[in-house]
Design a protein. Sequence first.
Length: 588
Amino acid sequence: MDGTDSRIESDHSTADQALCNILAYWTRGDTKQIDRIWRHSACGNNPDREKKWSREDYRQRTIASALVNVPTGAVDGAVSAVSTGEWGEALLICQTSEQTPYPIDSFPHVMKAAIEEVQKYGQAPLSMVGQSALTALSIACQGHIDVIRSETYHSPVSLFTLTVAGSGDRKTFCDKRFAAPVEAHQKWLQAKYQDKWNEYNAAIEGWESERQGIKASIKSKAKDKKDTKEEKERLLELEKKKPERPKSPAILLNDETPENLLWRLHHDWPASAIVADEGSTVLSGRGMSKESLGSYIGFLNALWGGESISVGRKGSSSFTLSQARLTVSLMIQGPPLREFFEKARGHGRGSGFLARFLICKPASLQGDRAFLQEQKSWPRLERFHKQLRDIMDIELVFDESGRLDLTPMRILSKKNPEAHKVWVEFYNSIEAEQKKKGRYYEVRDFASKAAENAARLAALFQLLEDGTPYGRTEHAGDMSGYISAENMRRGATLARWYLEEALRFFVDIERTPEEEDALTLETWLIEQYKAGVHRGKKREANRQLFSRKKERLDMAVSYLAERNRLRVIREGKSIFLEINPGVLSDIE
């Protein structure tokens, strides 16, 4: 068996397949043995053919096609292998990281109770419910306070959240439950400002009529070659008296172009939010086109940091956007997110854009959600809603130039040094793990933002508990709020969980398509086993998982077989896939 045959000597692929078919029979489907023998055959001694064999896709596809030649008797051998331990150790498919429980106890009591109530009756993943609650809190608070981490470091409290989940995981349900008071407040503001708009429209119409009259007078005098100095002075004075356009409260925004987003934050409402349960519409929308992606991400980064943005416009007046606040909450499925990474190239992570997000990728609960009667009342959620309404009912404060005048919420203070100590300890612990070989080295972009996100979370919790930007009564008079050590610990605990989730997330998102298919197939086999089907039909796996794309299935089978995680068994015309019992013991 040297791998030569004059009948197929010129067709190397056919020769490789023929040899592997024979090896699969005699090695009883041992993929490692097939690979080893091939490399020591005449096929493997040919440099050109060895180079082709080194291509993982070609090698796996050839071996996978050969595995159907494993004899029927291998069924008995497989059973024997289970009892005698002959399967051997199952190698990892790829690097994995276990998700830790969501730290629900780190939320203030009323907020925690609301999250638990919505999770219980909505049957959505707990971390997904938490994302919706944090988004609502961020929207309610961001126009009132900034968080002061030290004498020189201060920032907005606005949060960016990203939930990676599939369709049907009930993110829309969660968002609607928590966003209800925000939507009601937006309607109330719009009704309130309607009277101002009516007054403005009447005033601007009168102003425009007077302006046109003066311009007509100037034109008439100029035609008769008369002096127009007086009219020009009147026109100049009139320009100074132009009625000021009132704001048009638009808190909840949709897919906006970069220019429109900045314009609306400057002219309409300076504390807004982009909330999308189909995040792909934002990440693949008009603002994220190839032409504007870089600038849009730059604007969003600047808004997260509270920086001023100068906007030059052709055909209309330029402006500088200052003291604007923006919350962003996106839910997106895995494939569209990968497409965004490919389109964004270096912009996604290289710019620090994604590092600003609190990311979670919860396991789906679909299939385990028993029917529940519709909830008629939500007492715990309503208590949280009331706290949000109380905060939003406090009018935003604007300075003389029309910018938000935000109250500082301090970590560092003589009145509460313990909170600052907690924050510094958290900062230092995260910093130490960013060095090479440290736990967060691979996600050091996220780690570098963790302490700031911890401070933002703590400030939001403090305002929620205080109910006023100026803190509790004992601090009244100094026009500042103060973060307690307890809320700082809460913020730090949540920020660390989200950092761990980012670490787990990027292990998942950076998997190759072959690894993803292998994981999909193995998960299916495990579910089949749990349902009492100990050997899954290959044809059924192809139909259910890969839309009858046999090449993808063959690659996944070969990938798992090479790592000793499954065997291929043939019984007559049927082909079965059997999972290594060691894989099952790992999940029990």
